[in-house]
Design a protein around this ligand. Structure first.
Ligand code: AVJ
Length: 321
C-alpha cells in the first residue's frame, strides 16, 4: 500500500524514502551515528584491522612539534575542529600546544550537543588553562558564527578521513565552500586515508569479528526504532568492496531473500529482490597527487603533508591562497 497519509516532516524519514525509492537503493551513512552507532564506531577504531585511527595517532604523536611550527602564526589563533567527537586524537595536539605555550583557543564543532558537552567537561578537567568554546551548529554555520565572534587567524581541523564519505564532486564543493568562509592566512589540516595495498584496505572494512557488519546493520535497527520500520535483521547481509582504480571502498547491505518492508514514518512499503543491494557508505582513498589537485582546484595550496611511517595516511596542511 503506497498511500502517504503520514507527512514526512522528519528529515531522516525523507532521506530514507528517497534512498529506498531509487532504482539503485541507498541509505545515507550520516545516519549511522546514533548512540549505538557511536559505540560501535569506537569499537571499529579499536580493531587491529582499522589502521586509520592508529596512523593519525602516530602522526600526531611523532610530528606534533612540526605540526605546531607549521600552523602557528606567531600571534593568537583559533583552533576549530569540524566533527570533534570525543577529541581522542586532538588531545595529543592540545596537550602539546599548551606545553609549548602557544597562544590559542579551541572551538569544537559538532551537531551533537551532548557530544560537545562531554568533550568540554573532559577538556576543562584535563587542561584547566585551555579556553574551549563549543559551536553546536552545522559546519558552515559554525564557521560563520566564529567569524562574527573573533577575527584571529583560524586553523581548521577536519580529521579521521571524514572527507572519504564524500563523492569527488561533493568533496570538491565542500572544500570550495570551506574556502569561502576562510580568510587569507587561515589554514586547514585534513586527515585523509591514502591508496595502498587493496587487501589492507578491504580488511579494515571487512573485519572477521563482524563489528563493521553490526555497524551497518545498526542503521536497520535504528529505522525500526525511530521510523517504525519492520526490517528483519537476520534477512540482511553486509557486503564491502574496494575498487583500486577509484579508491572507493563501498559497503552494501544485501537482501537475503525477496521481501517487503514497511515504514510507518514514510507511509510506504518497499520491495526488495533476492540479493538486491542497498548502498550504504563510500570511504574514498586518495593519492598525494590527487590531494594536491583537489587543493589547487578549490583555492588552496598544499603547505605540508604529514604522513605516518608506512605512508598509509596523511594529515595534509593547506593554506588559503
Ligand atoms: C568515520 C567516515 C572515516 O569511512 O572509514 C568505518 C566510517 N565505516 N568503518 C570510514 C567507517 C566503516 C569511517 N569514517
Amino acid at each position: 500500500m503506497n498511500t502517504s497519509k503520514h507527512k514526512m516532516t522528519n528529515q531522516f524519514a525523507k532521506d530514507v524514502h528517497e534512498g529506498l525509492s531509487a532504482p539503485q537503493k541507498f541509505l545515507s551513512s550520516r545516519y549511522f551515528y546514533d548512540a549505538t552507532g557511536d559505540k560501535i564506531f569506537q569499537q571499529i577504531m579499536a580493531m587491529p584491522e582499522y589502521y586509520l585511527t592508529k596512523c593519525e595517532f602516530e602522526i600526531f604523536n611523532q610530528q606534533k612539534d612540526q605540526i605546531l611550527s607549521a600552523i602557528n602564526p606567531g600571534s593568537k589563533f583559533n583552533l576549530v575542529e569540524l566533527g570533534a567527537g570525543d577529541g581522542y586524537k586532538t588531545k595529543i595536539l592540545l596537550e602539546h600546544f599548551l606545553k609549548q605555550e602557544a597562544n590559542f583557543e579551541y572551538f569544537p564543532v559538532d551537531i551533537s550537543g551532548d557530544v560537545l558537552k562531554t568533550l568540554k567537561t573532559d577538556l576543562n578537567d584535563r587542561f584547566p588553562k585551555l579556553k574551549v568554546t563549543n559551536l553546536n551548529y552545522e559546519y558552515f554555520e559554525a564557521l560563520e558564527r566564529l567569524n562574527e565572534l573573533d577575527d584571529s587567524p583560524k586553523v581548521i581541523l577536519f580529521l579521521g578521513s571524514n572527507i572519504g564519505n564524500f563523492t569527488p564532486e561533493r568533496a570538491q564543493s565542500f572544500f570550495e565552500k570551506l574556502n569561502k568562509v576562510m580568510r587569507p592566512g587561515d589554514k586547514l589540516l585534513s586527515g585523509i586515508d591514502l591508496k595502498k595495498d587493496p587487501h589492507t584496505i578491504l580488511e579494515a572494512y571487512n573485519d572477521p569479528t563482524g563489528i563493521t557488519r553490526s555497524f551497518n546493520l545498526n542503521l536497520l535497527k535504528r529505522m525500526n526504532r525511530e521510523l517504525g520500520a519492520n526490517f528483519v535483521i537476520e534477512d540482511w547481509d553486509h557486503f564491502p568492496t574496494y575498487d583500486p582504480f577509484t579508491g572507493e571502498c563501498r559497503s552494501y547491505l544485501m537482501s537475503c531473500k525477496k521481501q517487503d518492508v514497511s515504514i510507518e514514518a514514510t507511509g510506504h512499503t518497499y520491495s526488495f529482490r533476492d540479493s538486491e543491494p542497498v548502498h550504504m557508505e563510500i570511504s574514498r582513498k586518495y593519492r598525494l597527487d590527487e590531494i594536491e589537485d583537489l587543493a589547487s582546484k578549490t583555492g588552496f595550496e598544499v603547505s605540508q603533508h604529514f604522513t605516518d611511517s608506512r605512508d598509509y595516511f596523511v594529515d595534509s596542511l593547506w593554506n588559503k591562497v
